[in-house]
Ligand binder design. Sequence first.
Ligand SMILES: C[S@@+](CC[C@H](N)C(=O)[O-])C[C@H]1O[C@@H](n2cnc3c(N)ncnc32)[C@H](O)[C@@H]1O
Length: 350
Amino acid sequence: MDNIIENVKDYYSKQLQSKDDLKTNSCCCSEKPPAEIRKILPLISNEILNRFYGCGSPLPPLLEGMTVLDLGCGTGRDVYIASKLVGESGTVIGVDMTPEQIETAAKHQDEQAERFGFKTSNVKFLQGYIEDLKALGIEDNSVDVVISNCVINLSPAKEQVFKEIYRVLKPGGELFFSDVFADRRIPESLTTDPVLRGECLGGALYIEDFRRLMNKCGWADFRYTSISSINLKNEEIENKLGFAAFSSRTVRAFKLGTLEDVCEDYGQVAYYDGSIPGFPHFFDLDDHHRFFTGKPMLVCGNTASMLSETRYKKAFKIIGDKKTHYGKFDGCSDGADNSKESAKTGSSCC
Ligand SMILES: C[S@@+](CC[C@H](N)C(=O)[O-])C[C@H]1O[C@@H](n2cnc3c(N)ncnc32)[C@H](O)[C@@H]1O
């Protein structure tokens, strides 16, 4: 376990100096960020952009005034984008274990605040481990949104990471993260290979084990907002790992005690009012729930909770409650789906 941590630190401090040093495209973002984020990117320092190793765009909307925590923030690209999105009344905390990464990130603090037109920086960087946020003074129920970009796969203690996230999130808070996943368990001999691990492949979570882990750590239901398959583009690495299919996925999960492990039908209907900045016509809760502005949509109890017991409630009207149960929500699958493009939702849900 300590070896994995030290090898990963070495990879991100000594082996990689910029995106060009990556051996595969697993830590390369193929997802086009939403328009609101594309507008902020030109305001971010080139040094930060050149050392961005994320595999997605885990920056949800409605962040103004929020406290956001970025796990494994690297040189801080997503921290600074979130800094602009939360505005001067919000706070962003970036955590990373590799001193060189944190130093580069922190070096740009004043310059970024100035580029955003802020009086003082709303960003704080902490050097430490995502498995032990308590040691960094991050209190229970203190964070509105946890983000992470291509990091949790690197952890040798993933259960501890998800437990810590659950602990620090406020009730109704959101976990929104992008990571590399595998369609099967990676043999142990390969999970400890420093290059495979460093490239975010060796430690990639098998999607069904991820679902089990999430359920165990408190998330009875979670959703994928995007799934794209990864083409490794490196013959040597393909020779070692070609038996597995890897994908980059973005996950949305809420800390809500009311979620059930299967989607249930209470006859609830949701209306989106079009007020989420950047989403005037529709809002995608996940990869199979698109809410068109003003159009009523029948939703399961879990989806209704996600839209009415979180910060998204200001943009949604929910008709009905959970007093009358009409059975399992129509369209739900039975149990885990082991197909290649499986687990569209984290539970056996709609
Ligand atoms: C693939 S990079 C991604 C960095 C950043 N999120 C980005 O998008 O550029 C992985 C980062 O996670 C950090 N990291 C890996 N495991 C960690 C752990 N257990 N605790 C804290 N940081 C960790 C590494 O130091 C590295 O900076």
